[in-house]
Design a protein around this ligand. Structure first.
Ligand SMILES: Cc1ncc(COP(=O)(O)O)c(C=O)c1O
Length: 413
């Protein structure tokens, strides 16, 4: 063996450039400070993360107990017939007919997103998206070697989509995909049909894929409706919808979702990727079809509970001097502007230096939901997945914490 070969063997290989590019999640960044606060006996109200506290429907939990297989086998790569048919039935109920070769079962919406990014664009290509956006898209883009090109959506406009001119300006020869999240995490915005038609026209005129993340479809308030991109005309070959059971059935842990597209070539590419990872979770697919028996009562109950929570937070927070937010229309998140310069510092301080009546609040600083450096520094993303009484207490804590923080940082007497 040559000397050179021996020398190289003793060196540690380095992490790939791609591996180094994948950002840490801003939602979990402050978790160690929350753990420390809890060790000190402080109750932490988690407004930072979208883990619903509502029970997974009993029909799904009971189905799990009925599983009697002696071997937990791989399922077909696109999902079992029963699971795929249950998703098709669900879409048919929305007036959206989908064939068996247009629905593919995935490990959560997350895998559907990763597959969609990988199937629609090549390394070096660009994704256009309005920021702030769901922060994990950055990780999926980094893994696929894609660049997120952000356009600014503004709180004053309710974070609705920027006008077409701004999309045209951001377009380059590398643009391949537009991503929308409807209803939106982190902003809580629901896009109107006209906005979607505008974006559809832009995609059609420039031959771009439209990846529409609709995992919060049911979470719409004040009688609003979320329009699926699958209903946009002239878009059959361009639309990929990302779906998930995580939020709809308060079942994040079963890790089941779906990718829906009428584009045969994209479906085939995704199917091949799915074959590489063998199958979506089998036990989850065994229990998921039971959700088909849930009627409008289930959805209405969940939606009215979240609407109540939204109202508690909206009314409470807008009464705090210096806090700005528009009434969120859907999902269970919103972006609020706070009277501080650096919400990351404020969020950390809440966990390390402040408590009221034995409790404090954990917030997600919004900067991590923007790509553009310096944006969102005075904003936080808030999730309302706690019970009403806890939300009232969280508002009380924030109302007391903001002036105390400003004083501690010398921003007021
Ligand atoms: C907008 C959005 N898309 C996709 C996901 C992924 O969810 P899952 O992989 O649990 O289906 C989430 C999770 O919070 C989300 O907020």
């Amino acid at each position: 063996m040559s000397e050179l070969k021996t020398a190289t063997r003793t060196q540690l290989p380095s992490v790939s450039a791609r591996g180094r590019l994948v950002p840490a999640s801003p939602i979990r960044k402050l978790a160690p400070f929350a753990e420390e606060a809890k060790l000190k006996g402080v109750h932490v109200y988690h407004l930072n993360i979208g883990q619903p506290d509502i029970e997974t429907p009993a029909v799904m939990r009971e189905q799990l107990k009925l599983i009697s297989e002696k071997t937990y086998e791989y399922t077909p790569s696109a999902g079992t017939k029963a699971y795929v048919d249950s998703i098709r039935k669900y879409y048919a109920g929305l007036g959206i007919p989908l064939g068996t070769d247009e629905v593919l079962g995935t490990t959560g919406g997350s895998e559907a997103l990763q597959f969609a990014f990988l199937a629609c664009a090549d390394s070096g290509d660009e994704i256009l998206i309005a920021e702030p956006f769901y922060t994990n898209y950055r990780a999926f883009a980094a893994i696929a070697g894609l660049e997120m090109v952000p356009l600014l959506s503004r709180g004053e406009d309710g974070f609705h989509l920027p006008p077409r001119e701004e999309w045209e300006e951001a377009l380059t020869s590398r643009t391949k995909i537009v991503v929308i999240t409807n209803p939106n995490n982190p902003t809580g915005t629901i896009y109107a049909r006209e906005e979607l038609e505008m974006i559809a026209g832009f995609c059609r005129d420039h031959g771009l894929f439209l990846i529409s993340d609709e995992v919060y479809r049911e979470f719409v308030y004040d009688g609003a409706r979320a329009v699926s991109a699958l209903t946009l005309s002239g878009m059959s070959d361009l639309v990929i919808v990302v779906d998930s059971l995580s939020k709809r059935y308060s079942a994040c842990g079963i890790r089941l979702g779906a990718l829906c597209t009428r584009n045969k070539a994209i479906f085939e590419a995704v199917l091949h990727m799915a074959q590489g990872r063998l199958s979506p979770p089998g036990l989850a697919q065994a229990i998921a079809p039971a959700a088909a028996s849930l009627g409008p009562d289930f959805y209405d109950g969940v939606v009215s509970e979240y609407q109540k929570r939204r109202d508690i937070l909206y009314e409470g927070l807008t009464r705090i001097p210096g806090v700005f937010l528009r009434k969120p229309e859907g999902a269970f998140y919103f972006i609020a502007r706070l009277p501080v310069e650096d919400t990351e510092d404020f969020a950390r301080w809440l966990l390390t230096d402040f408590s009221l009546e034995g409790g404090t609040v954990m917030l997600a600083p919004a900067a991590g939901f923007y790509v553009t450096e310096g944006r969102g520094l005075n904003e936080v993303r808030i999730a309302y997945v706690l019970k009403g009484d806890d939300l009232l207490q969280a508002v009380k804590i924030l109302a007391a914490a903001l002036p105390a923080y400003q004083k501690a940082r010398g921003l007021r007497d």
